[in-house]
Design a protein around this ligand. Structure first.
Ligand code: ADP
Ligand code: MG
Length: 891
């Protein structure tokens, strides 16, 4: 078939055709593309060029008359056929299509065909080009494009592409999300990055930077999202000037920013807290060097942190605390993960110390701290409180222990706590008592009763018998209460020794007896006083008359000695009366300057009578004894009382010694001897060899009503009276006594220089006479009469008056001048004192002498006769009277 068509062309222009044919043949075989002629009806190759061999690997004969379908990829047969048919039906002259051809080696190659069908000839002329490489590239490009899109749209990072001016070209979902949109489309439609920046200035800067450098990395910016909220983003972008766009990514760092802000705020807060908490935060390295101190150290201790940083931690610790701190530190450094606490004193900048509580923890392996992290907590106040608490506890303990009596807390009898008082009372130590059964402190006979009270919770005081460790029983008073103690109900008991109280009760009874006795004595005394008054009046009469008789009878008369005896008896009676008055303490004291030797001399007889015949009285007066100022009757009373006691102390026979002496104490002596005072004294020593006294008796000796004598025998007033008299005269008394060794009293009375006017005690006393006029007032007629005789015998002119009224009358009408008024004190109508005052008003020159057998308060002022008042005790002798008169009238 091909041959016939060629012969047609060749037939027309043979020569030229030959040449052209040859050229075409040449081109046909040289072509790099595949060229073929095919038969349309059979779809087989009629002619193929050598390129088929080169590209597909087939020789011409392997292809000729073979249908194409044998070579086309099965998948491409149908599409190829469809295109060709379609184009043919459309009447196309040229048909382009692509399909894969099988190579000889079994592989396929993409061929791009340009087919030119010629249906009239029933042939197709076609050229194909191997586009396998091109196809491969396109495929790869497609795949990469797909991959890119997928990456772009599915990226977790927000990606964008914009124009250089910032116009969005492409964005992904994440970007839209950050910008606040639900979809990419919406975002693309509405979002304008140019205006979304919160700070436009920042955006300009960003653009400048990116244009200058071509790219930016991690540029932080704040944008306003679609809903108006802020978002922090991190920009990274690159400019592609050739493509005219910017590509990049943004990351939403709002959360991170917020976290950072929170962290920053928290840190600021921490810093503030560090600065504001009262404590100091410290870091100390393991060598003990201060590495960090929080600023509060200044507030607490006055140091600035830099004052102590780099210095040794020990520098500011109180020297007494260093040892314990070193131990603490060592433990802390060696033990990780423990929190340890200690207390010590830390020096302030001003040198004072403050108590701190150091709470430390080992963070040596922590790279941030690498040391001891600690906390100084100021506990100075707490320490002070603790201290005062301890003090008050100690005070309470002291009080507890000082309280009179025992205090105990017991639980069903078992002593839980007690004070020293209980130990003192019972003879056990506090340690012994604690844990002991308290009933052991109660005597057998009281135990059941006490037990009953415990069981019934009795809360009123009651008495029982206590039992001392040594077995002694003693009266006690108990008072108990139920109290809560360490979570349970226990009993607190006050335990009191009432031995003294019991004794006092007995003493009270005794005292009652003594009071009765004293009252009895008082009434006896009053009675005695009253009797003595009358008795003295009688004696005055007796003695006065005897003296007159004595003067009237001759000394050799046998009557004389009888009368003398009568007078002596009368005088003894007067002495007795005086004693009686002294006992009744009704006499007035009128201190005189006197020599005690003389007074004692005068008493000896009476004293001897007091002590009885079985006891010797030794009298050892000191020669040239100094004088003292005292009422002689008081010396009498002292000696009388001492004698009675000595007599009672000596059983059968014995000896009493009275002595006197001059004694001088200087300051040094008095400093060493308690109870002595400096100065010159007359000593009256009084000793007996009686039974003596024990210490207890000596101590109570001077107490009023203290007596060891049986009822009715002693009053306990003797030594009290002695003591009172000595004190009244500014003296003092010491007693030296031992049981069985007798007793010595030493009485010291201050020396008083004698005055010349004082009555010289003269054995051979004179009876001075006078011629003055005396007004004598006495309600007792006999005394008036005998005293008148005495005065007249002494040479005086006497104006006797029986009543004060008469005396006043005599005074007013007397023609002679009256020199002296002698008056009795106690008279029925008017007392002597009032009488004297009345007379002295009119006649101030008249001198005055009071006489009384019983000196009452009427003439006594504060118990002591007024200085300047003259007084004579009834009964008096003519001689006593004569001396007294001259003392008054010669002044
Ligand atoms: P009374 O003699 O009435 O007992 P006192 O006051 O005179 O009272 O004496 C008190 C006590 O002092 C006496 O009961 C006695 O125990 C004791 N006493 C006084 N003087 C002596 C003494 N010389 N020797 C021993 N005991 C004495
Ligand atoms: Mg006595």
């Amino acid at each position: 078939m091909a041959d016939s068509s060629n012969s047609d062309v060749l037939g027309k222009k043979t020569n030229q055709s030959e040449t052209e044919l040859h050229e075409f043949r040449q081109l046909f075989s040289m072509s790099l593309d595949l060229i073929c002629i095919a038969d349309i009806s059979s779809s087989t190759f009629l002619k193929v060029n050598p390129a088929f061999q080169n590209i597909l690997g087939y020789a011409e004969n392997e292809l000729l008359n073979k249908p194409f379908s044998e070579f086309i990829h099965p998948d491409d047969i149908e599409p190829t056929r469809a295109i060709v048919e379609k184009k043919l039906s459309q009447g196309s002259k040229v048909i382009n299509f692509e399909n894969r051809y099988k190579c000889k080696d079994g592989s396929y190659k993409w061929l791009s065909w340009v087919s030119h069908p010629n249906p009239e000839q029933g042939k197709t002329y076609a050229i194909a080009r191997d586009i396998t490489d091109q196809k491969q590239m396109a495929k790869e490009r497609d795949e990469s494009e797909k991959k890119y899109k997928s990456l772009f749209y599915n990226a977790q990072v927000a990606l964008f592409r914009t124009s250089i001016e910032g116009q969005i070209i492409e964005i992904n979902g994440r970007y839209a999300e950050i910008a606040g949109y639900d979809s990419i489309e919406e975002c693309m439609a509405h979002y304008r990055p140019q205006t979304a920046w919160k700070d436009p200035e920042a955006r300009n800067e960003f653009l400048k930077k990116i244009q200058k450098t071509g790219s930016v990395r991690d540029y932080e910016a704040q944008i306003i999202r679609q809903d108006g909220t802020d978002a922090w983003i991190l920009f990274s972008a690159t400019v592609y000037p050739d493509q005219g766009h910017i590509e990049g990514s943004i990351v939403n760092i709002t959360n991170r920013k917020q976290a950072e802000e929170t962290l920053r705020q928290r840190e600021a807060l921490n810093r503030k807290m560090f600065a504001n908490i009262g404590d100091v935060i410290v870091i100390i390295d393991k060598e003990g060097m201060n590495r960090y101190k929080s600023p509060n150290i200044e507030k607490l201790f006055g140091w600035k942190p830099e004052d102590v940083l780099g210095k040794s931690y020990w520098e500011n610790i109180h020297p007494d605390d260093i040892l314990s701190q070193k131990v603490f530190f060592r433990t802390l450094v060696s033990e990780t993960d423990t929190v340890q606490t200690t207390e010590c004193r830390y020096k302030c900048k001003d040198g004072r110390y403050k108590w701190i509580e150091f709470i430390g923890t080992n963070l040596i392996h922590d790279t941030d701290i690498c040391g001891i992290l600690g906390n100084y907590h100021n506990i100075t106040d707490r320490k002070a409180v603790e201290h005062s608490l301890r003090e008050s506890e100690a005070r309470f303990k002291a009080l507890h222990n000082a309280s009179f009596g025992g205090i105990t807390i017991h639980d069903k009898g078992i002593i839980l706590e007690c004070n020293q008082g209980l130990a003192d009372l019972t003879g056990y130590s506090v340690d012994e008592l604690i844990g002991m059964d308290g009933l052991l402190l109660i005597a057998e006979q009281s135990r059941t009763m006490v037990m009953d009270k415990i069981v019934s919770g009795y809360e009123k005081p009651y008495e029982a018998v206590g039992l001392h460790k040594n077995g002694n029983e003693f009266p006690i008073r108990l008072e108990a209460r139920n109290i809560p103690y360490k979570g349970k109900e226990v009993r607190t008991v006050e335990f009191r020794d009432i031995t003294e109280y019991k004794k006092a009760e007995q003493d009270k009874e005794k005292l009652q007896d003594q009071l009765v006795q004293a009252q009895k004595m008082e009434s006896v005394g009053r009675l005695a006083g009253g009797v003595a008054h009358d008795f003295n009046n009688m004696l005055s009469i007796i003695i006065g008359n005897i003296e007159i008789i004595q003067e009237d009878i001759a000394q050799d008369s046998p009557l004389f000695s009888r009368v003398y005896e009568v007078k002596k008896a009368a005088q003894r009676s007067a002495d007795l009366t005086r004693q009686l008055l002294a006992f009744a303490r009704k006499q007035t004291i009128s201190p005189k300057i006197l020599n005690p030797n003389h007074t004692i001399d005068g008493m000896l007889k009476m004293l001897k009578r007091l002590i009885g015949e079985d006891i010797d009285l030794l009298w050892q007066p000191k020669r040239h004894l100094w004088s003292v100022k005292i009422d002689p009757s008081q010396i009498d009373q002292i000696l009388a009382n001492l004698c009675v006691n000595a007599r009672d102390a000596i059983k059968d026979v014995g000896k009493v010694t009275i002595e006197t002496n001059n004694i001088c104490f200087d300051d040094n002596y008095c400093r060493e001897h308690q109870g002595f005072s400096p100065g010159e004294f007359v000593l009256i020593g009084f000793s007996d060899d009686g039974c003596g006294m024990d210490k207890e008796t000596t101590e109570k000796l001077f107490d009023p009503f203290f007596t060891t004598k049986r009822k009715g025998k002693g009053t306990g007033l003797g030594m009290a009276t002695v003591y009172g008299i000595i004190k009244q005269n500014n003296g003092f008394i010491n007693v030296y006594s031992e049981p069985g060794q007798g007793t010595t009293f030493k009485i010291y009375i201050p020396r008083k220089e004698e005055s010349k006017t004082e009555e010289p005690v003269n054995k051979k006393r004179k009876t001075p006479k006078g011629s003055e006029t005396v007004l004598l007032v006495e309600d007792e007629i006999s005394i008036l009469r005998i005293t008148t005789i005495m005065l007249e015998r002494l040479g005086y002119k006497v104006l006797p008056a029986n009543t004060p009224k008469e005396a006043i009358r005599i005074c007013n009408f007397s023609k002679v001048k009256i020199d002296l008024l002698i008056t009795d004190v106690v008279m029925p109508s008017m007392n002597g004192r009032e009488l004297a005052q009345t007379i002295l008003k009119a006649f101030p020159d008249i001198k005055c002498l009071y006489m009384s057998g019983y000196t009452s308060n009427v003439i006594a002022h504060r118990g002591i006769l007024d200085e300047g008042l003259h007084f004579i005790n009834k009964p008096f002798s003519k001689q006593d009277l004569s001396i007294k008169l001259r003392q008054i009238l010669d002044k």
